[in-house]
Design a protein. Structure first.
Length: 207
């Protein structure tokens, strides 16, 4: 007949073996994670610089932006993005009252003293619009180019009515005659990719 002391010893040994097995399984799992392939790198020669994918509310004042901007820094060297092409994709999913509008993308620098903006594009609910232009060919406030070797303060989208007026309450604009409750929340996605000089855009299927 097995004594209680022997039974206790068997239980202790069994517990220790169980703990060792758990530790071995955890180590194996970590090694498997370490061996997993890394996430696919970004497309060479391209930068995703903006990707707004949520509703724009009145709290954004008609200018949804990110601050600080993504991929901010020297766009002249070592990679010349400034001399390349900037690509835009706008998608409007819903808004309180269906309207046509003009959307425009802008960069701001040096406390908003420098500003450069894309062409405006007309879009309405349910549409997707894409366009592109040379980065250095964008409109410039006071005809002053941004210093592309220096970071930008922010970048974002200007939401405008069909008259080209911002649907915003900044600068005493008072929504420029529009009823903001008919515009916001405006559920949209706006994506911007810059492609370095001499390269061809890989396509929106990658974004």
């Amino acid at each position: 007949m097995i004594s209680q002391t022997v039974l206790r010893r068997f239980r202790v040994v069994g517990l220790m073996l169980g703990l060792v097995l758990v530790a071995l399984m955890a180590a194996t799992s970590l090694k498997a994670q370490d061996a997993a392939p890394p996430a696919a790198p970004a497309v060479a020669g391209e930068l995703l610089v903006f990707d707004w994918n949520k509703p724009v509310t009145k709290a954004q004042h008609g200018f949804p932006w990110d601050k600080p901007p993504k991929q901010n820094g020297n766009w002249v060297s070592p990679v010349n993005y400034a001399g390349g092409t900037i690509h835009f994709r706008a998608q409007v999913f819903s808004m309180p009252v269906k309207k046509s509008m003009r959307l425009q993308f802008c960069f701001w620098q040096f406390r908003n003293t420098r500003e450069t903006c894309s062409q405006t594009k007309i879009i309405t609910v349910g549409q997707t619009v894409t366009w592109s232009q040379p980065l250095l060919g964008m409109w410039k406030k006071n005809n002053r180019q941004l210093d592309w070797t220096k970071p930008r303060d922010r970048n974002g989208v200007a939401i405008k009515n069909m008259a080209g007026k911002a649907v915003s309450d900044y600068s005493n604009w008072n929504w420029n005659g529009e009823n903001p409750d008919q515009w916001y929340p405006l559920n949209m996605r706006f994506t911007v990719v810059v492609v370095e000089k001499g390269k061809t855009f890989s396509g929106w299927q990658n974004y």
